[in-house]
Design a protein around this ligand. Structure first.
Ligand code: ARG
Length: 277
């Protein structure tokens, strides 16, 4: 099932998330779009800031309960997408998920290396709007610290890395085949920051489709298509010039030349989440 159009329509949002993430409680169709399109496997030890969000209770143990990505920005602080913590994704409220954890430093989700750390608190960006996906960002506080060198620097408002054409890399554990074959190893794809006009054109906010909002979103992809994030990569990092610039948020299909990936604009939205400790 390739969704021609996506969120933020509430029904489309629900479908996308359910299809992608398949909570155990929900009878959902198999995931459709593939994830980290056109990418290649990377060693997570070299990318220590990328973490998996996990709940075995909700998503089963095969891939350690992975359902979204996240990014270490300080030893006890992980940034992810707000929509990853929604009822549509989790099948219940986040406070009901007893085993919400972050998995850091693990090469293969089938293995047991690295750290599994419970999430202590969840803070959504105050401007997060599930209907439009604006400000799709949350900060998780961990119950224990990861090593300080795991953290990646975050872009500021107006950071030079937001300039169109900047090479960037997106990371995730999503489906790599397009038929629901989620990866157990971390993948990465090279994309470029795209001008806001490209996403504004791709996502004008039609009856069914999402609307690109440049104040809180950013646009990245490959002009010829073929390289992109996809379902299951949400919450994971888009990195350029050594800094976190975006969080995987949404898109129409995956890897389409005419539909780039839409990411949360970290430089704008992260500072709105108060009290980083
Ligand atoms: N919403 C998806 C998720 O929950 C991420 C979609 C990203 N799509 C894209 N074409 N870049 O995992």
């Amino acid at each position: 099932m390739r969704r021609p159009i996506i969120r933020p329509l509430p029904t489309a949002l629900a479908l996308a998330s359910v299809a992608a993430l398949t909570p155990l409680v929900t009878q959902a169709p198999a995931a459709a779009d593939s994830v980290i399109i056109g990418g290649s496997a990377v060693r997570s030890s070299e990318i220590p800031w990328v973490v998996a969000l996990s709940s075995r209770d909700r998503f089963g143990g095969t891939r350690a309960g992975q359902f979204c990505g996240g990014v270490v920005v300080a030893p006890t602080q992980v940034v992810t997408a707000a929509h990853c913590l929604s009822r549509e994704v989790l099948g219940t409220t986040v406070s009901e998920v007893r085993d919400l954890r972050v998995i850091a430093g693990r090469e293969d989700l089938r293995g047991s290396g690295g750290h599994e750390i419970p999430v202590r608190t969840v803070r959504l960006a105050p401007g997060y709007d599930p209907a439009t996906s604006s400000a799709d960002l949350a900060v998780l506080t961990l119950a224990a610290a990861v090593p300080a060198h795991y953290a990646i620097a975050t872009a500021r408002r107006g950071d030079a890395a937001y300039r169109p054409g900047t090479p960037a890399t997106v990371y995730g554990w999503g489906d790599t085949t397009g038929v629901g074959t989620y990866s157990s190893t971390l993948h990465a794809a090279r994309v470029q920051v795209q001008p806001d006009a490209v996403c504004a054109r791709a996502y004008p906010g039609s009856v069914m489709g999402g609307r690109y909002m440049p104040a809180t979103m950013m646009c990245a992809g490959d002009a010829r298509g073929g390289r992109d994030a996809c379902q299951g990569d949400s919450g994971g990092p888009l990195v350029a010039q050594g800094r976190l610039i975006g969080i995987v948020s949404w898109g129409s299909g995956c890897g389409r030349a005419d539909a780039p990936g839409v990411y949360t604009r970290v430089g704008e939205v992260l500072p709105t989440v108060a009290d980083r400790h």
